[in-house]
Design a binder for this molecule. Structure first.
Ligand code: MSP
Length: 526
């Protein structure tokens, strides 16, 4: 069986999860579920990044010991993943003992290679970004403070003894990597940014700190704490059993098929991480996909702007499946996406309730009333029937799969929603309610075709709306072991005469509470 390893970034355990974290976790989950259903042996890792000065400062502010603080925040992240039905195989935490060992092992390998040396760092550092900046990266504000031009976070002057990683020695090797693996960074425009950055030449990287101690000690130099990014990136191999490169998971899943991360941390994943791996003699990952940021009405979400859409509010307002669908549908994965309650409500109502939900509802209730609550027996299929079945079968799977290869989730949705739309047009044209009186045999054929289309749609929507998909598949009596993508298409069509359970609605319409459309109170569902 082909394997597929997917990871999200591990989130800083310095504050509760927000919608951006949910967006990334759901994106990875949709991909992981798709691949599992498409016959891959999938391993999906997410987790929390718990060391470093930023986390230590947040713990101090909260008046808690760092370990207690990160235990609490990690539980919030894991809870968010569970509540969004994110099917991770491992939730990794960087304060685990196994991870410390793994970091020290990769460090030693890089040291043995001659890539680590002791020197003094004097330069700018942003704790918010846990990143080093040069003068050219900064803007000086009227009050004299300096901020990163890109991320707008404040920097501090830092001067201390530090170990360095010889990143400069990897400039050419990295450029060769981007040539040999053209899909190494996606989307393509992000790759171009990375390549032009590396072409300017890379400076060695400070990889240890001595002014705080919340992190993994450097082996043999215990007053030095590893730079939190060396620690964080290593999670991707710790999760598979590193330093034991003979571990079953390591052998099966490394190199990783895709690190799914936000656009702000592409450099760390597309430059530092492959350089560390090359230095340590470990194969580099196959792909880094940088998704965009979620914005509301063109603005960054922030508490002070009062436009924060939280994962919990979404679930209360729409339900889990609908929230997942709306997030994956509204933004083009890879670009920044504008979301608002108005947009999401409109989308859920138009596509899930009125289009897909309505198709299921009217077909299955007609079958329940007019076909003895059994899969109807079709007569000879007409061209129009065959055309719809073809559209809903292998052709749909091939089109959706092609979009998944590019991680274009919204486009993948468009592919199956257009099938549902075509089925609604078919039902209107064929008018089975009229056929009931004029030609009951033809009515049975039409309802059979529709039930079969619903079976295929139920299968294909599983990655996005896993619970609703199971309800739909139950309602057309698809056996539990016949729900992977191998069963899409005519070869596994519904058998006439199979008894069907009583139908019930799957995607309710969202009725906006106009008095409170900000969504802070739950809207009623009908
Ligand atoms: N700890 C580092 C990642 C280390 S990976 C080895 C980090 N953590 S984070 O908590 O700041 O971000 C976690 C992920 O969430 C990142 O991929 C980041 O890009 C993503 N997002 C943070 N805010 C976001 C939005 N508003 N929208 C979409 N994704 C965003 O970076």
């Amino acid at each position: 069986m082909k394997s597929f390893y997917i990871s999200t970034a591990i989130s800083y355990a310095n504050a509760a999860p927000h919608i951006g974290h949910a967006y990334e976790a759901i994106g990875a989950d949709v991909m992981a579920r798709f691949k599992r259903l498409d016959g891959y042996d999938v391993y999906f890792v997410t987790g929390t990044d718990e060391h470093g000065q930023k986390v230590e400062k947040s713990a101090q502010l909260a008046g808690k010991k760092p370990q207690q603080f990160v235990d609490e925040v990690a539980a919030l992240f894991e809870g968010m993943c569970r509540s969004m039905n994110v099917s991770y195989d491992q939730f990794i935490r960087t304060t685990a003992e196994s991870h410390k060992k793994s970091c020290q092992a990769i460090w030693k390998k890089m040291e043995e290679k001659g890539d680590i040396y002791l020197n003094k760092y004097a330069g700018w550092y942003s704790t918010r970004d846990e990143a080093f900046y040069t003068e050219a990266d900064l803007t000086t504000l009227p009050n004299g403070k300096k901020i990163s031009t890109e991320t707008k976070t404040e920097v501090e002057w830092m001067e201390e003894e530090s170990y360095f990683f010889r990143l400069s020695a990897y400039t050419d090797k990295l450029l060769a990597l981007y040539e040999q693996q053209p899909d190494f960074v996606q989307p393509g425009f992000r790759k171009n940014e990375v390549v032009s950055f590396v072409k300017q030449g890379l400076r060695d990287l400070s990889v240890s700190r001595t002014t705080f101690d919340w992190g993994v000690p450097v082996p043999g130099a215990l007053k030095h704490i590893m730079y939190v990014w060396v620690d964080a990136l290593t999670n991707y191999i710790t999760a598979l059993g590193y330093p034991d490169t003979n571990a079953e998971k390591f052998k099966k899943y490394w190199p990783c098929d895709v690190h799914l991360i936000g656009k702000d941390i592409i450099r760390f994943h597309a430059i530092y991480w492959p350089a560390f791996l090359m230095s340590a003699g470990i194969p580099v990952q196959k792909r880094v996909f940088g998704h965009g940021f979620l914005l509301t009405e063109g603005e960054k979400m922030s508490k002070s702007l009062g436009n924060v859409i939280s994962p919990e509010n979404l679930i209360v307002k729409y339900g889990v499946d609908q929230s997942r669908y709306a997030l994956m549908r509204e933004a083009t994965f890879g670009q920044d996406g504008d979301i608002s309650y108005t947009l999401m409500t409109t989308r859920i109502n138009a596509e899930l309730a009125n289009n897909l939900g309505n198709l299921v509802q009217r077909t299955l209730s007609m079958i329940a009333k007019n076909c003895d609550a059994k899969v109807p027996t079709p007569g000879i299929l007409e061209d129009v029937d065959k055309a719809l079945l073809q559209k809903a079968g292998q052709a749909m799977l091939v089109a959706v799969r092609a979009e998944f290869e590019k991680m274009q989730f919204s486009k993948a949705i468009e592919e199956f929603i257009s099938v549902s739309h075509a089925a609604n047009l078919y039902i209107d044209e064929q008018a089975p309610w009229t056929l009931k009186k004029t030609d009951p045999a033809r009515m049975a054929t039409v309802l059979y075709v529709l039930a079969e289309v619903i079976r295929n749609l139920g299968l294909i929507i599983q990655p996005f709306t896993p619970v609703a998909a199971q309800k739909i598949l139950d309602q057309v009596a698809v056996a539990a072991n016949e729900r992977d993508f191998g069963f899409i298409g005519e070869a596994h069509a519904l058998k006439a005469g199979m008894p069907l359970p009583a139908p019930s609605g799957v995607f309710p319409r969202i009725i906006e509470d106009t008095a409170n459309s900000s969504g802070s109170a739950a809207a009623k569902t009908a």
